[in-house]
Design a binder for this molecule. Structure first.
Ligand code: ATP
Length: 339
């Protein structure tokens, strides 16, 4: 057997796009691929899908080399890779059920088997009731769920999700994220995202691509809670407050701060840094949440005049507005068995 790497292994150079990246996604895990705009994330996904031909390197999908090694090139439709982008791109003239059945039909399934697969995957994404609609009769979130069903109905070995939630409004985003959370379990997936909530909720590992190169790859929550790259630090500009098997994610504007030594409401912390810009005062404080190892930094954004009462080194009470926070469950905990 020539290749024994399950999951996904990629080591490619695409010179025209400034990409020279390598990473491995273990079988059944999700890697969140993060990075600034234009740094090459979609190019990496396209290289896996067979839509871009790298200048050199190797792509191995579930143990099969699909690019590299003695000029080997498996065309996109034979790679067992499905790619879902920001928008659903359903066939407008086909009803929902036919859209989903198209994937197994193209892979050679007979009509009855393709219809059964479409039934199964529409049910799995919570879209069975939409089966007779046309794409223009769907909301953005419904269309993305149908597109996900179509991607999975092709029985891919690797699923590529290129910012699948970014075009959705907040409600639909949460709904599709929750569908993804159950369907990514046990699947090999690369998820391109700019949203810290996706990383914590959906990914096992996260990698930061900067200037076309992988600058950091670690367990997802670890990469966000102690960011080692400027990009991850900015991404983590969202506050993440560990809590049991997950974390609360909230913005700096949703954290209040009381300058006091007294016990009382909120969390006890110490001010690390105070800066004033653009009519706002940004205060970074260090807290030690109950049950978490070590401390985390939380950033509060307050009216500028409050900088007079807050000083580095001072004790404070931090009061997050949890009604405005997302509660995310950490995707995979270290104590859970790996497949
Ligand atoms: N079809 C193309 N032909 C030539 N260059 C391209 C093409 N598509 C993208 N590029 C360039 O390749 C580089 C990487 O682009 P890519 O779209 O992969 O980045 P990205 O990280 O996915 O960006 P974003 O977060 O904005 O989607 C950029 O410099 C971009 O301008």
């Amino acid at each position: 057997m020539a290749d024994v790497t399950p999951g996904l292994h990629l080591d490619v150079e695409v010179r025209e796009r400034g990409v020279d990246a390598r990473f491995t996604v273990p079988d059944g895990e999700t890697l969140a691929l993060l990075g600034p705009n234009g740094t090459g994330k979609s190019t990496v996904a396209d290289a896996v899908a067979g839509l871009v031909r790298p200048d050199s390197g190797r792509v191995v999908v579930a143990g099969e080399t699909v690019f590299g090694g003695a000029g080997r090139w498996v065309p996109a439709h034979r790679r067992k890779v499905a790619l879902l982008g920001q928008t659903a791109r359903l066939f407008p003239h086909l009803r929902v059920h036919a859209n989903v059945a198209f994937a197994p039909r193209s892979a050679g399934a007979d009509r009855r088997a393709a219809a059964a697969a479409a039934d199964h995957w529409l049910e799995a994404v919570g879209a069975a009731h939409l089966r007779d609609r046309r794409p223009h009769e769907l909301s953005g979130g419904q269309a993305q769920r149908v597109a996900l069903a179509r991607a999975l109905a092709a029985e891919p070995k690797v699923l590529l999700l290129d910012e699948p939630l970014s075009a959705l409004d907040v409600g639909a985003r949460a709904e599709v994220r929750s569908v993804l959370r159950s369907l990514l379990e046990g699947r090999t997936c690369v998820l391109i995202t700019h949203d810290a909530a996706d990383v914590v909720a959906l990914a096992d590992q996260a990698a930061v691509l900067e200037d076309g190169r992988i600058a950091d790859q670690r367990p997802a929550a670890d990469l966000l809670l102690s960011p080692a790259t400027p990009f991850a630090a900015r991404l983590a500009g969202m506050n993440l407050l560990p809590d049991g098997d997950g974390a609360w994610v909230f913005g700096p504007a949703d954290l209040d701060l009381i300058a006091t030594n007294d016990d009382g409401t909120g969390l006890s912390g110490t001010v690390v840094e105070v800066s004033v810009a653009g009519g706002r005062c940004r205060v970074t404080s260090s807290v030690a949440p109950a049950g978490a190892d070590g401390t985390v930094d939380l950033v509060a954004e307050l009216p500028a005049e409050r900088h007079r009462e807050i000083h580095p080194g001072a004790p404070v009470r931090l009061v997050p507005d949890l009604t405005r926070a997302h509660r995310v469950t950490t995707a995979r905990r270290p104590d859970r068995p790996t497949r």
